[in-house]
Design a protein around this ligand. Structure first.
Ligand SMILES: Cc1cc2nc3c(=O)[nH]c(=O)nc-3n(C[C@H](O)[C@H](O)[C@H](O)COP(=O)(O)O)c2cc1C
Ligand SMILES: Nc1ncnc2c1ncn2[C@@H]1O[C@H](COP(=O)(O)OP(=O)(O)OP(=O)(O)O)[C@@H](O)[C@H]1O
Length: 181
């Protein structure tokens, strides 16, 4: 797997998935796996486009579940061809949805894969519908836990605050956090 910053990579074809992917929980894993499988079927490279720090850490000072190094090594295990790590700062976050779509164009995505409630661009104005106006876009159904609730990084952060490491690990699909005694 090759690692790039944004604006460094150009591809003739690709399948792209986009998101903060903090923790790479079971929902993220399902989405990335789907994108990788589609890329294999189409015989084109797979790309994970992500951000450092995660936007919620930047804007809301929220806890980071996996630092950028951990995130890259986990994505690598999922047989992704390229990962793009965009420096998420004030300048980057002020870019419009249209500017972000222009940036994605150089990856020539045959397909873009996102999950439920995906948004992008200044003020979170861009939606999956905007993405689909430019690229063939697919929305992965939400992956839920055994209780039927959608898995999210926010939920995992809340569980860790309540010291429920075991349940957090269940949603992550791996033992990332140790039980605090
Ligand atoms: C160019 C760009 C600008 C963004 N600007 C903002 C912003 O102003 N406020 C915000 O809360 N998030 C902003 N974000 C983050 C998105 O809301 C969102 O977190 C990101 O696209 C990842 O999607 P996900 O949270 O579903 O993983 C921006 C994202 C991009 C790509
Ligand atoms: N449970 C899930 N099932 C399928 N896709 C998901 C799930 N959770 C997030 N995604 C998708 O994964 C990508 C990255 O999402 P993101 O990092 O915002 O996850 P999140 O768990 O919703 O995070 P947060 O709670 O911090 O908002 C997005 O395209 C998002 O729609």
């Amino acid at each position: 797997m090759k690692v790039f910053r944004n604006n460094e990579l150009m591809l003739e074809q690709s399948v792209v998935t986009i998101g903060a992917f903090d923790g790479i929980h079971r929902g993220h894993q399902a989405l990335i796996e789907r994108a990788v499988n589609r890329a294999k079927e189409l015989a084109v490279p797979s790309v994970v486009y992500t951000f450092n720090p995660p936007p919620r850490a930047f804007f809301q000072n929220q806890m980071v579940l996996t630092n950028v190094g951990e995130k890259i090594s986990f994505i690598k295990k999922m047989k992704v061809d390229y990962v793009i790590i965009a420096d998420f700062n004030e300048h980057y976050a002020s870019r419009s949805p249209e500017a972000f779509l222009q940036e994605l164009k150089v990856l020539n995505p045959q397909e873009a894969w996102v999950g439920p409630d995906f948004n992008f661009g200044k003020g979170k104005r861009g939606t999956a519908a905007d993405l689909s106006a430019m690229f063939q876009t697919f929305t992965h159904p939400p992956i839920k836990c055994s209780k039927g609730e959608t898995i999210s990084s926010t939920r995992i952060r809340n569980l860790l605050c309540k010291q429920e490491a075991q349940l957090a690990n269940e949603l992550l699909g791996r033992n990332l956090f140790k039980k605090i005694l």
